[in-house]
Design a protein around this ligand. Sequence first.
Ligand code: PSV
Ligand code: MN
Length: 384
Amino acid sequence: MATDIKAALRRQRIETPSWAFGNSGTRFKVFAQRGVPRDPYEKLADAAQVHRFTGVAPTVALHIPWDKVDDYADLARHARELGIGIGAINSNVFQDDDYMLGSVTNPDPGVRRKALGHLLECVDIMDLTGSDTLKLWFSDGTNYPGQDDIRSRQDRLAEALAAVYDRLGEGQRFLLEYKLFEPAFYATDVPDWGTAYAHCLKLGPKAQVVVDTGHHAPGTNIEFIVAFLLREGRLGGFDFNSRFYADDDLMVGAADPFQLFRIMYEVIRGGGYSERVAFMLDQCHNIEPKVPGQIRSVMNVQEATAKALLVDGDALAKAQAERDVLGANAVFMDAYDTDVRSLLAELRGEDGLDPDPMAAYRRSGYAEKVVAERVGGAQAGWGA
Ligand code: PSV
Ligand code: MN
């Protein structure tokens, strides 16, 4: 049993986001930290530390244009030299003045063309870096009733998605992300999983939905969405983070570790525990140090996964067949209440890693080294 769980945990891959390593904050203030990367190369160096101490974070997602470089093949080479690879390419059609009234759903055909051009450029970057996943999130929507025609905006969205879909090469896919609101407050063009799913369904199997755990109304049963999308073969992956109120982007498993466990249970139950369901982090570390913030997040995902793997499937099926409501729930809770930290420490030890990644990182002196080295230049931040 423990051997099976360890084997499954060894197969897990968790992707870090390049933007987690830069300075970020709220609209009130960004607190700069010393030693923060100044370019995409330095962000990759930090991401490599997360992999070095956890052993399960071998890829980094890029965000374009935040990670714009002259030579993407060279950036991918640099990643390989650091022992990691390039993961999903995240498009950004939400920080240009032209997109004030939308990007691919903008009423102006010229703006729509520009936005589509960016999305296609992201596929070019996938070709150059060897990435197989494009992540699409649109801030598009309206603030006031009557501002634009809701239905026409869906037509424009469908047209752009079809053009991107047609451009995808062999083995490439796109993940469509939804978000309830923000920055549009009245009507968001991709507000929920149903809208994302419907667009993907029309296009074909290379179009899948990505579930950002911070993008739902309070109380939403996210694991239901996960179970549904997996059943339909359309769950492409996760943007993991925690929310207390809205899109807070706090560390995954910090606000509601039980929810994370329930999500991971449905992933495993639905057969989604494969490389194709991407476990990505989409977080910002505003007040905590960034590399350890990512290490902690990776460990939180691992702990939730280990607990979900511990659910006794036979006992659960028996209790469910006997209509034993409390018994079935107890099987779930037994797994969740198990302390898996020693199991994970043992696993790391067996794999030649330090059993305590947080302490090992602290001891490594990396944080002090980059503070000393990274002087001058502009630190990376959340912005283009
Ligand atoms: C939007 O809120 C989002 O979740 C998208 O994934 C963006 O790419 C990311 O945040 C930017 O941090
Ligand atoms: Mn996201």
